[in-house]
Design a protein around this ligand. Structure first.
Ligand code: ATP
Length: 405
């Protein structure tokens, strides 16, 4: 009988790959041992790489651990290798180098169906001719679970997901959000060791995405299961993850909590990727000793020395500051220790009600600020900006690495 991923994986693969023999795969399903998940569901990746047949390295030397019961989010821009990483975890893609362990068991050579994981995909992959109940029960029926056990698990999952009232409907009679809940329900009923989510909310509109991501977070708390969630959306990552793995270009950039990513980005990429609007990153030089200054074509800023090691002096750097750490000189919200940053000419104003996003220009350099000023300024206005010096970030312009972190 089947342990989990194969049903989703086959449906997904059938969509991706014409001619995939679904029946053939479902026919050879392994035994499912026990009804509860293994209490140790730690996932460990050590030096994992993936080089495709055409020589392209999609994942390079990735190492990280997802603890038992943790919700880890893999986040990065399109093409950075996050789905490839998830597919390697699921066993749908072979690793070229490195080791993957699930629940203390090395799984490099273990087939997807024997990994005791359940995967939820972006495109739901529900069987259109089956009711919601049958879609959720399908994997358990294949494993010849007793009818009563199947009914009880499906009902429990439907209760948790708030879809009890639609169990007799077919997928085409459901909204996108309901279909996604069914796909999640199909994973839950299996009680797998690990849940893998591959951009499961991408097909939903913005409001529903927000609602569903809260529901998945609540579900995680309730199930206390190990979950790995892939998304390109940094807001989704920040709001859902206990731990976030930021990827770019096949490389893991930083593994950290949401707050640490925000407060102490390890490099220029993470600094620019986490936060919206993005951190301002201005190229220039750091010089001086006791009275250190940052100089660029647009800015000349007195820098506090406490965060700057000696070796940062005379270096080409990127000075980073988030839009929300800038203040209009005349506004009341500026902290007393704020220092002068720049005088800029406003080019664009985005009033959002609770705040205003201001785009300005200083000597050809664009600076973005967020302000709670009650009366938004207008394009063409001149603004004097202050910055909280404790919120400045410094990056080595050559390596991109954070300085003094
Ligand atoms: P997205 O968010 O767009 O889904 P991703 O971060 O999940 O992107 P992957 O799907 O993991 O990215 O792909 C990583 C890189 O590997 C991409 O450049 C992609 O073109 C490449 N790639 C994926 N599959 C193959 C393959 N079978 N052969 C060669 N290259 C591949």
């Amino acid at each position: 009988m089947c342990c989990g991923i194969c049903v989703d994986a086959c449906a997904h693969a059938a969509q991706r790959c014409a001619g995939f023999l679904l029946y053939g795969v479902l026919h050879y399903l392994p035994d499912y041992n026990g009804l509860c998940r293994d209490p140790m569901a730690r996932v460990v990746l050590k030096g994992v790489s993936k080089v495709f047949d055409n020589g392209y390295e999609a994942v390079a030397n990735a190492s990280f651990t997802v603890e038992d019961g943790e919700l880890a989010v893999l986040v990065g821009p399109s093409g950075c290798g996050k789905s490839t990483m998830l597919r390697m975890l699921a066993g749908l893609e072979r690793v070229t180098a490195g080791e993957i362990s699930i629940g203390e068991r090395l799984v490099n050579e273990v087939t997807p169906k024997n990994r005791d994981i359940a995967m939820v995909f972006q495109n739901y992959a529900l069987y259109p001719h089956m009711t919601v109940f049958d879609n959720m029960a399908f994997g358990l029926k294949l494993r010849k679970y007793p009818k009563k056990e199947i009914e009880s698990r499906v009902e429990q999952a439907a209760e948790v997901l708030g879809i009890k009232g639609i169990l007799s409907r077919k997928p085409k009679q459901l909204s996108g959000g309901q279909q996604q809940r069914v796909a999640v329900g199909r994973a839950i009923v299996r009680k797998p060791q690990v849940f893998l989510f591959d951009e499961p909310l991408s097909n939903l509109d913005a409001k529903l995405r927000m609602q569903m991501r809260t529901e998945i977070t609540k579900l995680h708390r309730r199930l206390q299961a190990t979950m790995i969630y892939v998304t390109h959306d940094q807001v989704e990552a920040m709001t859902m993850g206990d731990k976030i793995v930021v990827m770019n270009d096949g490389q893991v950039q930083q593994i950290d909590t949401p707050l640490n990513l925000y407060n102490s980005p390890a490099n220029v990429f993470v600094a620019g990727f986490i936060g919206s609007p993005s951190m301002n990153l201005i190229a220039g030089t750091c010089s001086g000793q006791d009275d250190a200054r940052f100089e660029s074509s647009a800015l000349s800023v007195a820098l506090p020395r406490n965060k700057l090691p000696d070796h940062a002096m005379e270096l080409d750097i990127f000075l980073g500051f988030r839009p929300e750490h800038l203040y209009i000189r005349e506004s009341a919200d500026a902290p007393p220790h704020a220092i002068t940053l720049a005088t800029l000419k406003i080019t664009l104003v985005e009033p959002l009600g609770h705040e205003t996003v201001i785009y300005g220009n200083v000597e050809g350099t664009t600076i973005i600020a967020r302000s709670k000023i009650p009366v938004p300024p207008a394009p063409g206005d001149i603004l004097h900006l202050l910055v909280d010096p404790s919120r400045l970030h410094y990056f080595d312009a050559n390596s991109g690495a954070a300085i003094g972190r």
